[in-house]
Ligand binder design. Structure first.
Ligand code: PLP
Length: 359
C-alpha cells in the first residue's frame, strides 16, 4: 500500500464543480483585487468565529506581522513566543524590529503556559504570541490574566486551529487579536496563499485594513504607512465555498483521529492529547525512536512528516547562543506526524496502525 502524507485531491473532488463555477464567475467579472468576494468571505469568517472583525491579507505570516505593527510593537520591544512552533512567529517579530524571547513547553503538552511565560516577562515585554499547535487550544485564561495585569497584548496564532474552541468560544476571538493562514494544507486552505487577522477591536481592524492596501482609505488617499498584503477575490471565493464545509471536514478528521487513538492504545508512543474543544490539524505521535520509525514506515509505503525537527532557538538565523529549552528540544527529537485528511480511507489508516504496532 502507498499512502501519501497528504492528498488534497480527495478533499477537493466533491466540490470541484463548484470551484470551477466560482472561478468562471470571477473571470467573467474581471475584478481580481479587493471588492465583493473578499468582503463576503471576511464577513462569513467573522460570523463563523463570532464577535470579531476580519481583515483578509496575503498569508498567515503577514497576518502576524500586521498585528504587531497595529499594536505599535517594534524596536526595543520584546515579544514572547514559543520556540516549538513554525518559523512564522519569529519571522513576524523580527520583521517589525522587536526581539523574540523564547518560552519553553511544560513537561506535557505542545503549548507554552503562564508558568513558562511568566519568568520571561520584563519591562520591555509588549506581546505574547500563543500558538494553538496541531489544533489543540492553548489554556488561555491564565495567560490572558497574566498579560492583562501587565498591559501586554496576547496574539493567538490560529493557523492550525480553524474552528477549535476554548471554553466554548472559537479560538482567535479570545486574545487581543487572532491570526489565520489559509495555506492550502491548513484545515481551511485556499488554492494558493491567503491569511486573515481577526480582532474584537474595530479600530485595530481598520488600521490593519489600511496597512494591507498601501495605507489607502480610498484610491490615492494614503493615511498611514502601508504595504501590499491582500487576500484576492479568487482565493476569497474558494475560501467562502470551503468554509461551508469546514465543520464537516473537521468532523471527518476527528473521526480518523479517534480511530488512530483507539488503534494505538497498546503502542508505546505518546499520543496527541486532543480535547473536546480541539480540532485535528495534525496527528502527531512521539517516539524515542522517531527517525527509525519514520524510515520503517516509509519502507512500508507510508509517508510521514515532522512538525518540527528543530525548535526556533536552534535554527541558524534565530539561534541564541547557550540557550537550552529542555522540553522544546526533547519534543522536537520525538514528534512524528501521521497521514490524516478527509478522504483518507479507514483501511489505509488501519494499515498504518498495524505497521506502528509491528514496529
Ligand atoms: C502555516 C502557519 C503559519 C502561517 O503560514 P503562511 O504560510 O504564512 O500562511 C503561521 N503559524 C503557524 C503555526 C503555521 O502553521
Amino acid at each position: 500500500m502507498k499512502i501519501p502524507f497528504l492528498n488534497l485531491d480527495y478533499q477537493h473532488r466533491p466540490i470541484a464543480q463548484e470551484m470551477l463555477q466560482v472561478t468562471a464567475d470571477v473571470i467573467k467579472k474581471g475584478w481580481f483585487i479587493g471588492g465583493e468576494r473578499v468582503h463576503e468571505f471576511e464577513q462569513a469568517f467573522a460570523d463563523y468565529l463570532g464577535g470579531v472583525h476580519c481583515v483578509g491579507c496575503g498569508n498567515g505570516t503577514d497576518a502576524l506581522e500586521l498585528v504587531l505593527r497595529a499594536f505599535g510593537i517594534g524596536n526595543g520591544d520584546e515579544v514572547i513566543i514559543p520556540s516549538f512552533t513554525w518559523v512564522s512567529d519569529v519571522e513576524a517579530v523580527v520583521a517589525v524590529g522587536a526581539t523574540p524571547v523564547y518560552a519553553d513547553l511544560p513537561e506535557n503538552g505542545y503549548a507554552i503556559t503562564a508558568e513558562t511565560i511568566s519568568p520571561l516577562i520584563s519591562d520591555r515585554t509588549r506581546a505574547i504570541i500563543v500558538v494553538h499547535l496541531y489544533g489543540i487550544p492553548v489554556d488561555l485564561d491564565p495567560i490572558l490574566k497574566l498579560a492583562k495585569e501587565r498591559n501586554i497584548k496576547v496574539i493567538e496564532d490560529c493557523a492550525q486551529a480553524h474552528g477549535a474552541t476554548y471554553r466554548g468560544k472559537k479560538v482567535g476571538t479570545l486574545g487581543d487579536a487572532g491570526t489565520f493562514s489559509f495555506y492550502p494544507t491548513k484545515n481551511l486552505g485556499a488554492l494558493g496563499d491567503g491569511g486573515a487577522v481577526v480582532t474584537r477591536d474595530e479600530q485595530v481592524a481598520e488600521n490593519i485594513r489600511l496597512m494591507t492596501n498601501h495605507g489607502q482609505k480610498e484610491r490615492d488617499i494614503h493615511l498611514s504607512i502601508g504595504r501590499n498584503s491582500r487576500l484576492d477575490p479568487l482565493q476569497a471565493a474558494y475560501l467562502t465555498l470551503k468554509l461551508s464545509h469546514l465543520d464537516e471536514w473537521n468532523e471527518k478528521r476527528k473521526q480518523l483521529a479517534e480511530l488512530y487513538t483507539e488503534g494505538l492504545q497498546t503502542v508505546n508512543m505518546t499520543l496527541p492529547g486532543f480535547t473536546d474543544e480541539s480540532i485535528v490539524h495534525l496527528f502527531v505521535i512521539q517516539s524515542s525512536q522517531r527517525d527509525k520509525l519514520r524510515d520503517y514506515l516509509l519502507k512500508m509505503g507510508i509517508e510521514t512528516a515532522i512538525h518540527y525537527p528543530k525548535p526556533i532557538h536552534k535554527l541558524k538565523p534565530y539561534e541564541v547562543e547557550g540557550l537550552t529549552l529542555a522540553y522544546s528540544e526533547h519534543v522536537a527529537r520525538r514528534v512524528l506526524s501521521l497521514p490524516l485528511y478527509p478522504g483518507l480511507e479507514v483501511k489505509a489508516l488501519e494499515y498504518i496502525v498495524d505497521c506502528l504496532k509491528r514496529f
